[in-house]
Design a protein around this ligand. Structure first.
Ligand code: IVH
Length: 515
């Protein structure tokens, strides 16, 4: 209700499914205050309460294609017409339900979902959303005198990015995610504030109407478009279940193409009278289903904040997490970027934190769940010394970074060697991170130049080294002497001298001696 969840949607869904399974097996266990016994959250105070003309339903969900087949088989047992049914497929936009009433084609009222039976009148705010028509369009099929439609209000990914850039530029706090921002924007008591937020709205069902309206979802979506409602182009018709499965299979990986955040795909029986006759379970109609995308946001415990030493001595904090599955990948570590980031967000050890993994990006911490914070938690303090060599850290005036300035710091040596032998520098084959660490640890290499003074006999004495391996490694090190000068310069890891600068220096000076 307050849009401040203390567990992730994915965790909620998982627990909810588990609960339903228990309750199905043991109906005598159902408690009057079980989440399955209530329709949704309570409406909060501040706006006028409005009763919906019909219950605003939710959707049962599955996480894979087998779940869709199982759903169809289940409802086919209740009504054999299901076996020959066609379907409509829609995006499951991750926003907020808004129910909009039209009288004689004019917007009369906009209402939140509330608890599904009673919502809040946010008409003034809804009016500010440009994609919500204030007046319906005349068309060959006239709109009914009274029409109540349901849709999803949201903020597109691009608008969200722009909004946050604006906030950051003004030195204001940035928003966590599009959904919470949309939710917060809609419950502003001052509509001028709502108007300043880039909200969009897509419409996907008719809740109530006077007169005649076609009896299929697909025809209705077509008419809604004709009457001027925004309907997602992602919506499509499927002639049977095989086509539904094929479309889902095609669309799951195409999530990235969407301009808005979607948390799944909605599959609906096209025939609305068939859907009606199948009835509802709790708050979910039997005739529609959500296929959920793997979640990319999770909540877990931050056990410890540790630091890494970079090649230039820069200290970067990272989080050690209670391992958690985020969309099929187990996440144990997440970047914390820099110390300012930790302090701005007031991230503390022991906090429950929201972590996000988007595409290939390294998981990062969105922020702490403040309502779940332990009373004895303490704000994070920036370490005074290097985690590797223990020398005091230095902060350069005007820079966010803290540095270990000890040139003999072992962690820096390893990072430097790693960089020197890497693909974009000297590209020494067979000299990976493990071996570099081993050489540094054994004291065989104390700086880059030592690589070229290695004694094969010393290498042979190391664990895991045989004749062949030593021979190959020595040859690769020798071969690296033939690399172009720019690679050597880049490899030295001088702050400010990367690939491009190195190439520029070489083209200007021509030789190492001249340089
Ligand atoms: S249909 C059968 N269609 O998903 C009526 N819901 O319902 C049940 N949602 O919070 C809802 N896109 O706001 C339906 N194309 C779509 C949807 C959609 C997003 C949201 C809806 C609700 C949740 C579950």
């Amino acid at each position: 209700v307050e849009n401040a969840p203390i567990i992730s949607d994915a965790e909620y869904d998982r627990l909810y499914r588990e609960l339903i399974a228990f309750e199905e097996a043991h109906p005598e266990w159902i408690m009057p205050d079980s989440p399955s016994q209530r329709i949704g959250g309570e409406a909060v105070e501040g706006f006028t309460k409005v009763e919906h003309p019909q219950q605003i339903l939710s959707l049962a969900s599955v996480t894979n294609l087998e779940g869709i087949v199982a759903w169809r088989d289940r409802i086919a047992k209740l009504d054999e017409r299901v076996m020959n049914a066609d379907y409509v497929i829609e995006p499951k936009i991750d926003g907020l339900t808004i129910v909009v009433h039209y009288e004689n084609g004019v917007l009369a009222r906009g209402v939140t979902r509330g608890n599904g039976i009673i919502g809040e009148d946010i008409t003034a705010n809804v009016r500010t959303i440009r994609s919500v028509p204030l007046r319906l369009r005349e068309s060959a099929t006239p709109y009914p005198e009274r029409l109540v439609v349901r849709g999803e209000a949201f903020i597109t990914l691009e608008e969200f990015k722009k909004l946050n850039e604006k906030m950051a530029a003004n030195g204001e706090k940035t928003y966590q995610n599009p959904r919470n921002t949309a939710a917060g924007s809609l419950r502003q008591l001052d509509p001028a504030l709502t108007a300043s937020r880039p909200l969009t709205w897509y419409c996907y069902s008719v809740i109530d109407h006077s007169g005649e309206v076609p009896g299929t979802q697909w025809e209705r979506l077509g008419l809604l478009r004709e009457w001027g409602f925004p309907v997602s182009d992602f919506s499509t018709w499927a002639k049977d279940l095989d086509e539904v499965l094929a479309i889902c299979e095609d669309r799951i990986p195409r999530r990235e193409e969407l301009t808005f955040e979607a948390d799944g795909i909605v599959i609906k029986l096209n025939d609305l009278s068939l859907r009606e006759s199948l009835g509802i379970v709790g708050k979910d109609p039997r005739g529609a289903l959500a296929l959920k995308y793997p979640a990319r946001e999770e909540i877990t415990v931050l056990n410890e904040i540790r630091t890494n030493v970079g090649r230039t001595g820069v200290i970067t904090p990272y989080a050690v997490l209670e391992p958690v599955d985020v969309g099929g990948v187990t996440v144990q570590h997440a970047t914390l970027h820099n110390f300012d980031y930790i302090n701005d967000k007031d991230i503390r050890e022991g906090d429950r934190v929201v972590i996000k993994r988007a595409g290939d990006v390294i998981p990062y911490i969105v922020g702490p769940v403040l309502s779940a914070r332990k009373e004895d938690s303490e704000a994070y303090t920036i370490p005074a010394t290097c985690p590797s060599c223990g020398s005091p850290l230095e902060n350069v005036e005007g820079e966010v970074a803290y540095y270990c300035v000890n040139t003999a710091c072992p962690a820096q040596l390893v990072r430097n060697l790693e960089h020197f032998v890497s693909l974009s520098a000297m590209n020494i084959e067979g000299l990976g991170i493990k071996i570099v660490e081993q050489l540094a640890e054994e004291g065989l290499v104390n700086d880059i130049a030592d690589l070229y003074q290695l004694d094969p006999a010393d290498l042979l004495a190391l664990e895991g080294f045989g004749e062949k391996k030593v021979e190959k490694l020595m040859a690769a090190i020798q071969a690296s002497k033939a690399q172009p000068l720019a690679r050597l310069l880049n490899g030295l890891g001088i702050r400010g001298v990367g690939e491009v600068m190195a190439a520029d220096l070489v083209s200007y000076f021509g030789s190492l001696d001249a340089l």
